[in-house]
Write a protein that binds this ligand. Structure first.
Ligand SMILES: CC(=O)N[C@H]1CCN(c2c(Cl)cnc3[nH]c(-c4cn(C)nc4C)nc23)C1
Length: 308
């Protein structure tokens, strides 16, 4: 049934506002405490003016609709929302241990146990989303937070203020896109000419990719999860290159190389090689991933991991 928090009409007066946690394109995220329950949350404040300018209100509504119905230990909860004259407020779960990418920067790369634990958690969260026909959740390190027990939380919604799930304008990174999206002439995205109106110039400045609202199927997520697994183990994404055009080419050719350092087990390389496959139908299905020997041997069943 609908719990009390969902029915209630929230207002800003219900919260004590704490320190800012992060800032996005459309607004800031604050630590906050709901006065009656003393429950700590992350309050995301979005400016209506900014949302209107970017014509993303309806997408925000859809995102809120989807996110508020997702209940999974590895997906950041959206408890509710409210708005006033100028702002929209999202009441989000607070992830006490912060942003995963900072942890990855600090550790440089993760141990195989930590990487496998995170990859298994993400696979379970994605299986849950796909089971509810929710399109893929963006699983770049920037979209991942760490809960109080060290568990991973996909905070895609939390970050979608930067880039909306349906019309994602990724400025710069192609690293996580699979070949079919990088190559696609059709539905996945249109590439806007951002520089000279003549030939499309991949090398120069930022590429604005607008991913049209397309049903990403599991295979896109398997690719991204493979990229993430590689990055957890090596500290850099597999197709990283100085120039966009080089990343583009390396993705399309699946130019997958495993550096000699740090030393990574053959099991991990085998799993990654089964996920980063050009033909999307050939990629290892998520439920098979959970049965892979490397995951079985290394992932902590609780999904919890501490230390690098
Ligand atoms: C714009 C935007 O979406 N910002 C990101 C960072 C803050 N935010 C958080 C969200 Cl949406 C939820 N929980 C968070 N916890 C933290 C955090 C905790 N520590 C110790 N340090 C940080 C940072 N941040 C969040 C999402």
């Amino acid at each position: 049934g609908v719990s009390a928090t969902e029915k209630k009409r929230w207002t800003l007066n219900d919260f004590d506002i704490g320190k800012p946690l992060g800032r996005g394109k459309f607004g800031h995220v604050y630590l906050a405490r709901e006065k009656r329950s003393n429950h700590i949350v992350a309050l995301k404040v979005l400016f209506k003016s900014q949302l209107q300018q970017s014509q993303v209100e309806h997408q925000l509504r859809r995102e809120v609709e989807i996110q508020s119905h997702l209940r999974h230990p590895n997906i950041l909860r959206l408890y509710g929302y409210f708005y006033d004259q100028k702002r929209v407020y999202l009441i989000l779960e607070y992830a006490a241990k912060g942003e995963l990418y900072k942890e990855l920067q600090k550790c440089k790369y993760f141990s195989e146990r930590r990487a496998a634990t995170y990859v298994a958690s993400l696979a379970r969260a994605l299986i849950y989303c796909h089971g509810k026909h929710v399109i893929h959740r963006d699983i770049k390190p920037e979209n991942l937070l760490i809960g109080a027990q060290g568990e991973l939380k996909i905070a895609d919604f939390g970050w979608s203020v930067h880039t909306f799930n349906r019309r994602r304008t990724m400025c710069g990174t192609l690293d996580y896109l699979p070949p079919e999206m990088v190559l696609s002439r059709k539905m996945y995205f249109q590439i806007f000419r951002v520089s000279s109106p003549t030939i499309f110039n991949l090398t120069s400045c930022c590429i604005f990719l607008t991913v049209e609202s397309v049903e990403h199927d599991a295979s896109v997520d398997i690719w991204s999860l493979g990229v993430l697994c590689y990055e957890f183990l090596y500290g850099v994404p597999p197709f990283e290159a100085k120039e966009h055009s080089d990343t583009y080419r390396r993705i399309v050719q699946v130019d997958l190389k495993f550096p000699p350092k740090p030393i990574v087990s053959s099991g991990a390389k085998d799993l990654i090689s089964q996920m980063l496959v050009k033909e999307s139908a050939q990629r290892l299905p998520l439920h098979k991933l959970l049965e892979h020997p490397w995951i079985i041997q290394n992932a902590d069943p609780s999904g919890i991991y501490r230390g690098c």
